[in-house]
Design a protein around this ligand. Structure first.
Ligand code: UGA
Length: 438
């Protein structure tokens, strides 16, 4: 089977490459000629562990190719995946202009039956919109529109694609479903559950899943704040909750709030979808609000630990990305906190193993950039952990203590054990694990 994937952003590139690895012939298309030339050379424009190797392997084995020639790619394919961006608009809704452009191009190049699949996260009703666009441009060839949402996490996208918890296929016709099932047949061997449904349901599964996970995070972040007031340990509360398999242990890790290109965008989009349909999605609206408040709560925690006034106080921060194993700083709580510290007058230094480049423009001259985890600690009044990169989990604490002006670690990702650090002479502050002081 030959398929094409339109859009070589994060979702498109991972999807195309992984299908090629399944043995499918895949053409990845993008209008950015420079990016396509890079990809042809096996150079990857995004940070994703294992992806470069998989791209090179599948180029070599001639199952994966890259082009700007959209027309030929569509004409040669039975299945056309739409994986272009759906950036948020000012009102929180998703901007569908790229999706609509692609739908028109597909219609203009239909030369036989094809399945047109949305892989980008699109508002409910987009499948129907694509159907209308393609049907209005041409009526010579039959086609089906399907929704096959992705559930890839940055940093573990290949694993998530190859061993997913589920595959969701939404379509109106049996023919489209059979073709898509065939495409995913390697996953039957590992007994991946496949949910077959209508297009609208599949579209909503994606938003509801992300909104639920975001709500789980905001929930535990509020529980952490309660823990600090009553002398409970949020880790044990999470554990106690998670052992109930109706709740599950995942996404109950407290911290500075969720970020990235998905949760913030999708939570706003689902509340907008609800609003457009005369309904208020109260829980998710609250989850968004809690996430925004979390930055403030973290800043207050830092101020409290440092005696209230941050003016001129030297602070070393570790982590800029919204989570480890990515270079993505979009909507990163770490960035929001660094900006907050700078606003309070602190003298801030930053270090991140992969997020420094992207943050330079954003933080433009307001912070100093360090070479490693230790440089910023020299003479600082606190070391703050903002992202839980593995290399921050086992810092040389003796060295840190020798460098810091005052031995103080503020661990907003709860990667250390308070008792152990206090025994080494540190003032240690975490999220939801010790009583609020002052
Ligand atoms: C998320 C979903 O997990 C994927 O299933 C989905 O496909 C993807 O969005 C998407 O829509 O494309 P991702 O944004 O890569 O994936 O990141 P996550 O690993 O879900 O983390 C999101 C944020 O939540 C991070 O800032 C992380 O630090 C935070 N988080 C996560 C917590 O604060 N606590 C937790 O317990 C878990």
């Amino acid at each position: 089977m030959r398929i094409c994937v339109i859009g070589t952003g994060y979702v498109g590139l991972v999807t195309g490459t992984c299908f090629a690895d399944f043995g499918v012939n895949v053409t990845c298309v993008d209008k950015d000629a420079e990016k396509i030339e890079m990809l042809k050379r096996g150079e990857i424009p995004i940070f994703e562990p294992g992806l470069a190797e998989l791209v090179s392997k599948n180029i070599r084995e001639e199952r994966l190719s890259f082009t700007t020639d959209l027309e030929t790619a569509i004409k040669e394919s039975l299945v056309v995946f739409i994986a272009v961006g759906t950036p948020p608009k000012d009102d929180g809704g998703a901007d569908l202009s790229y999706v609509k452009d692609v739908a028109r191009s597909i219609a203009e190049n239909l030369n036989g039956y094809k399945v047109i699949v949305t892989k980008s996260t699109v508002p409910v009703g987009t499948g129907r919109l694509i159907e209308e666009i393609v049907g209005s441009v041409q009526d010579e060839h039959s086609f089906d529109v399907a929704s096959n949402p992705e559930f890839l996490r940055e940093g573990s996208a290949i694993e998530d694609f190859m061993k997913p918890n589920r595959v969701v296929l939404g379509a109106r016709s049996e023919r489209a479903i059979e073709i898509l099932k065939d495409l995913y047949s390697p996953l039957y061997l590992i007994e991946t559950p496949v949910l077959i449904t209508n297009v609208e349901t599949a579209e909503l599964v994606k938003y509801a899943s992300n909104a639920f996970l975001a709500t789980k995070i905001s929930f535990i972040n509020e529980v952490a704040s309660i823990c600090e007031r009553v002398g409970a340990d949020v880790h044990m509360v999470s554990k106690g909750m998670g052992l109930d398999n109706r709740i599950g242990p995942k996404f109950l890790h407290p911290g500075p709030g969720y970020g990235g290109s998905c949760f913030p965008k999708d939570t706003l989009a689902i509340t907008k979808i609800a609003k457009n349909n005369d309904f208020t999605f109260k829980i998710v609206e609250a989850a968004v609000e809690v996430n925004e408040r979390q930055t403030q709560i973290m800043l207050e925690k830092i101020k409290r630990a440092l005696g209230g006034d941050l003016k001129g106080v030297k602070i070393s921060t570790l982590g800029l990305t919204f989570k480890p194993n990515t270079d993505d700083i979009r909507e990163s709580p770490a960035i929001r906190i660094v900006e907050g510290l700078v606003k309070e007058g602190a003298v801030v230094s930053v270090f991140d193993p992969a997020g420094m480049e992207h943050s330079r423009e954003l933080l433009a001259g307001s912070v100093s950039y360090c070479e490693d985890s230790y440089e910023g600690a020299d003479g600082a009044s606190a070391l703050i952990i903002l992202t839980e990169w593995n290399q921050f989990r086992k810092l040389d604490l003796e060295r840190i203590k020798g460098l810091l002006k005052e031995p103080r670690i503020i661990d907003l990702r709860n990667v250390y054990e308070g008792d152990a650090l206090r025994a080494e002479g540190f003032q240690y502050v975490s999220v939801g694990r010790e009583r609020l002081s002052g």
